[in-house]
Design a protein around this ligand. Sequence first.
Ligand code: GLV
Ligand code: MN
Ligand code: MN
Length: 399
Amino acid sequence: METVNQLLDSIKDVGRDAVRGGYSRAVYSTPELDLRQWFIEQAQQRGLDVETDRNGIIWAWWGKPQDGALVTGSHLDSVPGGGAFDGPLGVASALAAVDLLKSRTTAPKRSLAVTVFPEEEGSRFGVACLGSRLLTGAIDVDKALNLRDVDGNTFADVARGHGLDPRHVGPDQEALARIGDFVELHVEQGKGLGQSGPAIAVGSSILGHGRWKLSVSGQGNHAGTTLMADRADPMVAAAQIVVAVRDTAAKQPDARATVGRLTPVPGGTNVIASRVDLWLDARHPDDAVTAQLIESIYSAAREIAASEGCTVTLTEESYSDTVHFDPGLSRRINDLLPGAPVLATGAGHDAGVLAGHVPSAMVFVRNPSGISHSPEEYVADEDASAGAAALADVLEGLL
Ligand code: GLV
Ligand code: MN
Ligand code: MN
């Protein structure tokens, strides 16, 4: 029986990124595969029966796989240069909660499964929550299979290389029916829980969010021989578009919009790029407002591109409506965690994708600075322990 802190400590060296800092654990990279193996071994040490389904989701069963089971879990992949807790805290807390439950009862009243979802961050193939989207049918299977990583590998090829059969990837009603209730514990990613007071909160909703790709095309050319007046430089347009994204979102209360990734093609110091791709992440509680925000950004981008002699296209890569967690399940969890505040989150989660299909809820653990998707993400040992204990209480109450 290991505590959540011991479990997290045992993976603290997996996938450290010496260049970016923090952790880079892209789905099906060596570090993420090592973590999946670590999870399987930890689950087996606890006597759980482990299976990997046709979408690469790992299920560790206490009791027989059955419809309507209680399911908890999170993910082990990370953003590039991410923190130690986003994902692994939920998985390690679930294992620690199983230990606590096993010390309280010999057999659960209904089966309990701990799950690990692949590609929650969308760091490798660009679509967040790819595993739960495939499971629920929230993404077209052909679109998913044809997603490419930065090296040009398709998801189909990578999935095949890791034992999945691309012909069987996609909606899985049988697996979905096994989830009676889903509870995901996660590090809080804002400042919703103060430095003092409760360390645990119950989730209420997830902000609607999506990802778009803007491709700005110009004239690739020589940095030394092309006069400034003769250029159609997409990098100059891209720089202005980044500012327009910030300014457009800043005018819209509650909106967030980010360009976190930008790739010049071909990308040489002495080369005027021929194309620059920018990825836009935008979020707002009202889906109609998000649509309007994207239209305004695209319109500004077209004007900027034209003024630089360039053109721009916009492609939606993924979108998730605002999600409200199951009120009945959340109320029961609130009763099981008296004094825990109720928090909305701006971060996406597999629990949000599942919420459209099965009763889902979330439990958040304090992150004092609110910093996340950064090496500075932090959870104190005592708060992690409180989180695992709270998850055990929730699971015991729901079993
Ligand atoms: C996932 O963490 C997201 O909110 O993008
Ligand atoms: Mn994340
Ligand atoms: Mn996460």
